[in-house]
Design a protein around this ligand. Structure first.
Ligand code: FAD
Length: 459
């Protein structure tokens, strides 16, 4: 008998509960990936190319036995199951708004074809929807969620490898949808991390050896390059968070705690999005629907300067340029540039979120939309609206020697030390080619607080 293992956001062979479920259900397994135009369309070149790289590596790990097809999963998955004579299709459950709806459609179509969709595990240590308050209902605030999440606990990693299943050679399956090769890379100007499971494992082990020790102290200093870099690998499931948590295991200390807390943030936002799928597109806190926003043609011109990294605020521009160059941005900068867009330019957070989703290699709907809403003040557990990041002091505090700015803003490469954060104060004036600040931060801060009055009035 044959089962299908349908890979989605779990492009790895280690810690794969679906393999165990498939091996229980049948003698052989057919490995499947569906190139779904509904998902590939909106994903930018960086994420698409990273995905293709992960697929190539997964195919190699499975001995060249990954069947790749293109189309709507609700059509092609049942066709594959029928062609392979499979009674079960095994997946790790998806909890995003699109994934949930897609899997329901696939489940129905499979049932019509006489096959069953079996969900085992998810991309999270604790599946969204599981952590509840004592009296029931979801947490809206992170800290109590993270405590309940840790108390809930998670399974040990599943001990699997490529040989946990006996893989069917897809060329022996007749009559299904046409197999396609993994497409070639799209044009992309960003330098991407090495894709795939092996690179994920290597990076993680380097981080455990070299980065974790100082993580708590250094994680907010973008010049140090000291965070784990696991986000793209977690996004595509080249490694499961449970594996990371198990490796942290019995280790103690502030850095271990801090890292575990970051994983909890990822799980919190997935939980929030699962319970409020509308919050992907609109304010979680609907009182913010009353915040007056700029959306005229000047607003679009300002958006453009922000995306190009030409705001005239060096720390903001450095972050925006890192995003284009590496398809990744340090977390501190994500907060700084988001705050600038929302509170200095008064633009809708979803404009910025959309730009991030287009460029980020780790772009993840739950973490991105809620990271934005945290900064905008409209999300769960938001930073109080009046806490407005000052782009100058943020630069001086988190890039005290100016190294991060000089790395990404070549026009300022010759400005020494922290003077780089206020080039308009230099005796010789702003270095050639670098813009004047596009706004006066103090004025816009006041403007932001004035606009916030409308939100307060709506409560
Ligand atoms: P590390 O510091 O090494 O953290 C380890 C892991 O913890 C990360 O890989 C990530 O999975 C998780 N994590 C850390 N911080 C957060 C956080 N604040 N929220 C959720 N998970 C977190 N993260 C994404 O994965 N995808 C996104 O699209 C995304 N968009 C963001 C947008 C904004 C406006 C903000 C403020 C944050 C966003 N984040 C996003 C969260 C965070 O910036 C990145 O996860 C982190 O910078 C990735 O680098 P790292 O893996 O080296 O992080």
């Amino acid at each position: 008998s044959t089962a299908v293992v349908w890979f989605r956001r779990d492009l790895r062979v280690a810690d794969q509960p679906t393999f165990l479920a498939a091996a229980d259900a049948a003698d052989r397994a057919l490995a499947l990936f569906v190139l779904d135009p509904a998902l590939l369309g909106p994903s930018g070149a960086a994420r698409t190319n990273f995905l293709y790289g992960c697929l190539r590596e997964l195919d190699a790990a499975l001995g060249g036995n990954l069947l790749v097809v293109r189309g709507d999963p609700a059509e092609v998955v049942p066709q594959v199951a029928t062609a392979a004579g499979a009674g079960t299709v095994h997946i790790a459950a998806d909890f995003g708004p699109y994934g949930l709806e897609r899997d329901e459609r696939v489940e129905k179509a499979l049932a019509d074809a006489g096959a069953e969709l079996i969900r085992t595990g998810s991309p999270y240590a604790v599946a969204p929807g599981r952590v509840e308050k004592g009296e029931g209902g979801p947490f809206k605030v992170f800290t109590p969620f993270s405590r309940a999440w840790a108390d809930h606990g998670w399974r040990a990693p599943a001990r699997t490898s490529a040989s946990s299943c006996s893989w069917v050679d897809p060329s022996t399956v007749d009559g299904g949808p046409r197999a396609v090769p993994v497409p070639g890379d799209e044009p992309c100007d960003s330098t991407l991390p090495e894709p795939g499971e092996r690179a994920a494992v290597q990076r993680w082990s380097d981080f455990l050896d070299e980065g974790l020790h100082d993580y708590e102290g250094d994680r907010d200093l973008p010049a140090k390059h000291d965070t784990s870099g696991m986000s793209p690998y977690l996004k595509y499931g080249c490694v499961h968070p449970r594996t990371l948590l198990a490796d942290l295991g019995e280790r103690r200390g502030d850095s271990v705690r801090a890292f575990r807390t970051e994983i909890a943030w990822r799980e919190f936002y997935a939980d929030v999005l699962y319970r409020r799928p509308d919050s992907a597109r609109r304010n979680y806190d609907t009182a913010f629907d009353h915040l007056p926003l700029r959306t005229d043609s000047d607003a679009y011109a300002d958006l453009d300067r922000w995306t190009q990294g030409r705001t005239g605020f060096p720390i903001v521009d450095a972050g925006m340029r890192q995003l284009r160059a590496e398809a990744w941005m340090h977390n501190r900068l994500r907060m700084v540039v988001a705050s600038f867009l929302v509170k200095d330019l008064h633009l809708p957070w979803w404009w910025g979120a959309r730009h991030f989703m287009q460029y980020l290699v780790d772009g993840d709907l739950a973490s991105n939309q809620h990271g934005w809403q945290w900064t905008a003040g409209s999300g769960t557990d938001a930073s109080p609206y009046f806490r407005i990041f000052n782009p100058i002091t943020q630069g001086e505090r988190f890039d005290p020697d100016g190294d991060y700015v000089r790395r990404w803003v070549p026009e300022l490469a010759d400005v020494p030390g922290k003077a780089v954060h206020q080039p308009w104060k230099l005796r010789d004036g702003i270095p050639e080619g670098y813009p004047e600040p596009m706004v006066d931060h103090r004025t816009e801060r006041r403007e932001s607080l004035d606009r916030y009055e409308a939100v307060k009035a709506a409560r």
